[in-house]
Design a protein around this ligand. Structure first.
Ligand SMILES: Cc1cc2nc3c(=O)[nH]c(=O)nc-3n(C[C@H](O)[C@H](O)[C@H](O)COP(=O)(O)OP(=O)(O)OC[C@H]3O[C@@H](n4cnc5c(N)ncnc54)[C@H](O)[C@@H]3O)c2cc1C
Length: 425
């Protein structure tokens, strides 16, 4: 980072300012620094303490279909009556969210889901190897475990409903292992046999502490000469032909700025006149102590009940499905209470570790793809956000892709499916 006197006072300068130090911004900063650029990573809080803190810790290249809007009337009725464990909503929020929801419903048609699976394949296919390489460089391998993750089905009907996903997986050369109850219990002996079938997505990696993983990647960034600064991204503006942001140590200028603010990206883009249909799907977690010696080797999804149990350093993390509500509305962790009996039936959960439930906001576009690339109409401004349910997984491949684009290198995949222009054309 350099400094100098410009009209208006003393201003520090760097090649690139990355705004937002979640898993996505941190991975982008590492990849940019690795290409020899001087990079400042700016966040108003601490590294990794936003949405990236509280996820289920699954890194999976096997993801195919994004969570879709339900098509059957039974599921819809349960959601409408607020009896669904998978989805909750704030009634007053729905009118505001209606255009986004309509676009989400349209993107949930089977043909569109296959399109999405194909568009996202290059990013997902790179997720595990990119994380493993970064974790090795960062000395963070101890947080990664190669046991895959397990989806459990309590009924044959629910198992049969995902036959299309298994078929598509085979087309992409992904080979999850289908198991009967005994096969799954051999992997996870502490589970109760309340399910009939299971699918073991063997290629996935799970993270025992997503916060520490992001911190380790940030330490790698610092070791490469990167600088982390406190600052508010909402101060971003054009000044002297550069992008300028106010930081705790004064103004900072750069030729390029990269917005990786996750669910907060619109706070900066809307005032600049770049309007993208970003919404949030809120989600909750709470840690529980296991009873006795009970252990979980890998994350487990109870498919019909829509929650995950994941082994974390803090305890067994119970994570919820989706809540449609304003990003900053007060927490309403009713889903967690709704699913707790089913979770206790499946695994011997003891006392909660914390007094309060954690709330996060998955940054989501209606087509379940992130935006990675240039900001329309704003030269030198770049975007990397909207990774929805899979931002932990997709942080490193996103970092590689955006760094290749920003440095004029040949991108490892066609970035067109992730262009912001798909919403502004
Ligand atoms: C319950 C739950 C379970 C999940 N499980 C998984 C999973 O198993 N696997 C997976 O891959 N993904 C999972 N996800 C999704 C994943 O956590 C997110 O997609 C990912 O964390 C998004 O990362 P991000 O860096 O874009 O955003 P964030 O982590 O939210 O980072 C954004 C950063 O911007 C900063 N910021 C905001 N406003 C400003 C400002 N004005 N100035 C400066 N800085 C600012 C914030 O402080 C924050 O550090 C899950 C999400 C939830 C909620």
């Amino acid at each position: 980072m350099q400094s100098g006197w410009l009209s208006g006072g003393f201003v520090a300068q760097t090649d690139i300012i990355v705004l937002g130090a979640g898993i996505v911004g941190t991975c982008c900063a590492v990849h940019l620094a690795k290409r020899g650029l001087s990079v400042a990573l700016v966040d108003r809080g601490a590294v990794g303490e936003g949405t990236s803190y509280g996820n289920t810790g699954i890194i999976t290249g096997g993801t195919l279909f994004p969570p879709a809007f339900p098509a059957d009337w039974r599921s819809l009725l349960r959601i409408a009556l607020k009896r669904s464990p998978q989805v909750n909503y704030h009634l007053g929020f729905l009118p505001r969210a209606a255009p986004w929801l309509a676009a989400f419903v349209a993107a949930s048609r089977p043909s569109r889901l296959i399109e999405t699976a194909e568009a996202m394949r290059p990013l997902f296919a790179r997720a595990v190897p990119e994380h493993e390489a970064l974790a090795a460089e960062a000395g963070a391998e101890r947080y990664l475990s190669r046991g895959g993750w397990l989806k459990l089905y309590r009924t044959d009907a629910a198992f049969a409903a995902q036959a299309g996903e298994l078929e598509l997986a085979a087309n992409f050369g992904i080979a999850p292992v289908t198991l009967d109850r005994d096969g799954a219990l051999a992997l996870e002996p502490a589970l109760a046999g309340v399910f009939r079938r299971a699918v073991h997505w063997t290629g996935a990696v799970s993270v025992s502490n997503p916060l520490e993983l992001t911190r380790a990647y940030a330490a790698r960034f610092a070791a490469l000469g990167g600088v982390a600064l406190a600052g508010d991204a909402r101060t971003l503006r054009r000044a002297n032909g550069h992008w300028r942001v106010e930081t705790a140590v004064g103004p900072l200028d750069a030729g390029d700025a990269l917005l990786a603010l996750g669910p907060w990206a619109s706070d900066v883009l809307d005032p600049l006149g770049v309007r993208l249909p970003l919404a949030v799907k809120r989600g909750y977690h709470r840690h529980f102590r296991p009873q006795g010696n009970a252990m979980l080797g890998r994350p487990v999804l109870d498919a019909e009940n829509g929650y995950c149990l994941a082994p974390m350093e803090q305890g067994i993390r119970l994570t919820t499905g989706v809540e449609f509500a304003a990003r900053d509305a007060p927490p309403t962790p009713v889903q967690l209470a709704r699913m707790l009996p089913a979770a206790r039936q499946l695994f011997p959960l003891g006392e909660p570790v914390e007094a309060r439930t954690w709330l996060g906001a998955r940054p989501c576009f209606p087509d379940s793809r992130p935006v990675i690339g240039r900001a329309p109409g704003q030269p030198g401004l770049w975007l990397a956000f909207g990774h929805a349910h899979w931002g932990l997984t997709l942080g490193p491949p996103t970092g590689r892709l955006i760094a290749e684009m920003m440095t004029g290198a040949t991108p490892f995949c066609d970035p067109q499916p992730y262009a912001a222009e798909r919403f502004t054309r």
